[in-house]
Design a protein around this ligand. Sequence first.
Ligand code: NDP
Length: 270
Amino acid sequence: MTVEKYAVIGHPIAHSKSPLIHQAFAAQFGKVISYEKILAPLDGFTETVHRLQAESFLGANVTVPFKFEAFNLCNSLSERAQALEAGAVNTLSFLGEGQIRGDNTDGAGLRRDIENNLGFSIAGKRLLMLGAGGAAQGVLGSLLDAAQIVIANRTPGKALPMVAAIRHSLEASASTFEALDQSFDLVINATSAGLTDSKLPIPDCVFTANTLAYDMMYGRDTPFMQQARTAGAQVADGLGMLVEQAAEAFHSWHGLRPQTAPVIKSFRQF
Ligand code: NDP
């Protein structure tokens, strides 16, 4: 029997939980797959992808810093990867004759975690997005049924094209962190400030007791989560999103939808 081969490509990559998650999903269906972590040189992403294709891999997940380069390598894109000109993909399917199809599962993963796992309904709500990098850009298309989105970023100019791209769908504006002066139903931290334990200069007034404060980062109690908790908000990290976006990728490769709750639970116990 030929074992289907998949991989996750990034730089760095040692920390990635994707192999464990995909193997846990495969086990649910009695499937045997191989799923490797691949450290691509910073200037060697394209060569790495071509090598995997030559070695008959069927697909790859892509993580920092290659999501934008991956987008440019694709011959075709899923509808959600085309939306908002997100410009970034995190899932590649290697089709016949060297063709590569790209998908971005981050938005669907975030939405499933917030709605299905945390029981918070996004439609009609007031949202604050902190950050305007690849993650923020990639998930924006899945949030357009909110009533309002404010995008606040350290470099405010980067939020402006994002606001322009969604203004036709809902009330949208850009802000600095310091100028925020209203409360929100959902505050999503899509910055990587937590990596360095940096506190974002956001006022406490963005949080109420009914706010869900969601940090896309996982595995640490970030200053954002601490501030939100102290201000009385409900707090969640991005572990559920990580597992849900992987489930979306698994579905697009295998046509099977795995159960995510037991996998999230097993990672929480680490
Ligand atoms: P990018 O490098 O593309 O963007 C980083 C963002 O963080 C920018 O908006 C940047 O602002 C901001 N930022 C970085 N440091 C600081 C700081 N000290 N203070 C304020 N703002 C800061 O990264 P990504 O968008 O790809 O990833 C962002 C985070 O989301 C990462 O922590 C990543 O791990 C997480 N993530 C989680 C996923 C999950 O499944 N849970 C999936 C994808 C991402 P500026 O524009 O001013 O530089």
